[in-house]
Design a protein around this ligand. Structure first.
Ligand code: BGC
Length: 345
């Protein structure tokens, strides 16, 4: 057991939107936003009892690292040296291993002049098998225009790999006994990465046209999720990385999620090459919901901005190498609003 105490922190803005998070895993435990009647509800899955986050098998709300998503057999090479990571997902390494960034304690300090907190963690050389002492900073900022900005920064003293993400599960209805099948989703992408039976990308970059993966225009998540499709069977729903076109690594809108009954809209911006759309397929009635009952399949969904899964073993995918002297820098924005109706732009 860590000799640390779980502490909770809070950000709020002039519109009364509030976000709460823990020093454990940087876990976001609550995001309260208004609906069309100005009723505020919590729109992220999590636990009422913070102690439950120690065994947070679903990664609710957490910072994910050092490498978000899967690395095949937990192995990769840098300059001919093979590294062996902890495997925690069948044969694969997932979300940083047994004790990833979601399970460590972060040092938290307020950021001067901003409505923000800085989260700091020093990951020692060899942790979970990764090379290099890695210093990581994550900033959580909530602006008055209802933008939750997440800034990831990292430096290493050895050549290493990195892929940082945020694993909040959204349910814009604010009622966790509902599923997200009635949410409309739009992903700014024409391509996704099909996976093998162990959920490792095959390397094919597939066009979404005429497949259930087409979210180029707003589409109900429930519309095709149960189609007879091999990829949907493997993931038990959507659990795939979409290719985001931002070659210059500029911040672009990657996805929009809309819940018609409440009129809540969530827009996700990223400078990363991918976004994993995970429709909460492995929630299996075993984890207690904040509002009573248990979370079930499709109770919430993640839109995880990131590099492609298993990139260290695929030289066609954008590089995830971080060298000493370089700085990893990435931004993700979650923007909250209420709109009467969605317009496909
Ligand atoms: C992955 C899923 C995994 C889940 C664990 C997601 O990011 O894509 O495959 O089961 O995290 O919560």
């Amino acid at each position: 057991m860590e000799n640390f105490e779980i502490k909770s922190f809070r950000l709020s803005n002039k519109n009364n939107i509030s976000i709460e998070f823990l020093n454990l895993g940087g876990i976001i435990t609550l995001i309260k936003t208004p609906d069309k009647n100005n009723q505020f509800s919590d729109i992220v899955l999590g636990f009422e009892d913070f102690e439950k986050y120690h065994n947070n098998s679903a990664y609710f709300g957490a910072i994910i690292g050092r490498y978000a998503n899967r690395i095949e057999s937990g192995k990769f090479k840098i300059d001919g040296n093979e590294y062996h990571l902890k495997t925690n997902n069948g044969l694969n390494h997932l979300h940083g291993g047994h004790k990833g960034f979601d399970k460590v304690f972060w040092q938290i300090s307020p950021v001067k002049g901003k409505n923000a907190y800085l989260l700091y963690y020093m990951s020692p050389d060899g942790e979970e098998g990764y090379p290099g002492n890695l210093e990581v900073k994550v900033t959580y900022e909530l602006t008055d225009d209802n933008n939750f900005k997440i800034l990831f920064e990292a430096v290493s003293d050895k050549k290493t790999i990195i892929n940082l993400s945020q694993h909040s599960y959204f349910n814009l209805s604010g009622n966790f006994s509902n599923t997200v099948l009635d949410h409309l989703l739009k992903i700014n992408s024409k391509f996704y990465l099909p996976v093998d039976k162990n959920q490792i990308p095959t390397g094919v970059i597939e066009n979404i046209k005429n497949t259930p993966f087409d979210f180029e225009k707003f589409k109900f998540i429930g519309l095709d999720i149960e189609e007879d499709n091999l990829q949907l069977k493997i993931g038990k729903g959507y659990d795939h990385c979409y290719v985001i076109k931002n070659d210059e690594r500029k911040l672009v809108k990657a996805a929009s999620l809309y819940h018609p009954p409440s009129s809540r809209l969530l827009e996700v911006y990223t400078d990363q090459p991918g976004i994993q759309f995970y429709s909460g397929n492995f929630l299996d009635n075993s984890l207690p919901s904040k509002t009573g009952g248990n979370y079930r399949k499709w109770s919430g969904l993640c839109l995880e901005t990131q590099h492609f899964p298993n990139s260290p073993n695929n030289d066609k995918f954008p590089l995830t190498i971080l060298r000493p002297g370089e700085k990893f820098y990435s931004e993700t924005w979650y923007k909250f609003s209420v709109i009467e109706d969605i317009i496909d732009d």
